[in-house]
Design a protein around this ligand. Sequence first.
Ligand code: DGL
Length: 261
Amino acid sequence: MSTKRPLIGVFDSGVGGLTVLNELLQQVSGADYIYFGDTARLPYGSKSIATIAKYAIGAVKCLEQQGAERIVIACNTACALALDQIMAATNLPVIGVVEPGADAAARVTQSKQVLVIATEGTVSSHAYRRALATRDIDAREKACPLFVPLVEEGWTDHAVTEQVAHIYLDEALRGWSPDVIVLGCTHYPLLKPLLGRVLPKEIALVDSAESTARAVAAEVRSNTGEPRVRFFATDSVEKFRRAGEKFLSRKIDNVQHVDMD
Ligand code: DGL
């Protein structure tokens, strides 16, 4: 039997995409990974399409040079705004988080009414709304820009975050009762326990990180052995390691700095 293991490149604006890598390591353990976090240039959530496309294409080229055989765009914002441009810039197979997230929501919803929470950029692209509309689902989108800094601060179970969640979600759910909420941002899976407390019990949470890993598992022929992971960060290696370990349930070493200038 061949011992060759697929090498998967995972791209995100920073450490948030480690929630996707976490799921990949569980669901596609027979592969090796290179993770690229563009920590020097985050957040992407408030940047323009042209800027995000340029940054994301540069990162994908870097992953390609490192030998990646397929690319996972873990960053919801980059995927929502620039997936077509990224795909046009590489010959490697590319998978984003929006389509798998929409598929998972379509499997779970009964009422066909779904709320997507995400960054400003993802919401204004309406990528999730379009993807859900093709599945006959009526979707509304709500930007929750404070969630990213709160999660990065480690306040995933903090009273302030709970209050912020109440404000966003009460607004989004006023006069409307979806039965599914899609977590359309890399950071939001860390808020699952808190959101579970804030939301009515009958609303299910769909995690696009989980469904993306499932979609990759369906495409990749994995092999035996422990996954090897290398990390690239565009800002401080030490900062990446410290922040990253909050997102990835394993130790992070093997981080290399990469200068995109
Ligand atoms: N990775 C981004 C996303 O999933 C969130 C962080 C950022 O704005 O860069 O949309």
